[in-house]
Design a protein around this ligand. Sequence first.
Ligand SMILES: [Cu+2]
Length: 127
Amino acid sequence: MYKWFMSILFFGACLFGLIFLTISAQPEKSEDEAAAEGGAKQLKLVASNFQFDQTEYKVTKGETLKVVLSNKEGKHGMEIEGLDIKLGGTEGTSKEVTFDKAGTYNIVCTVPCGAGHATMTTKLIVQ
Ligand SMILES: [Cu+2]
């Protein structure tokens, strides 16, 4: 009886160790790898009250990217002025875009989101 109990305990511990190893051995995926699995590379904008997560976003001319808008706080939309790219609101939150014209574009929030809405802007640099 004691032997039987010990072997159950032993196998249980082994199993637990194995599960732990399997979980901890999985390497964390970088953002690029994760994006590659989903197809196109991403240009991700994270919006909060009342700003985007970067003061400028840089992309390489000719590059095709999946532009993604993520609302971390509040409800926002975005438009890249001059490129006819709108996300958020009723427009969906991602769009695949090929950036073939170099330049600096203004990105503005398109959803009246509150006190800081008017100054909620950032820039996209295509170079
Ligand atoms: Cu806004």
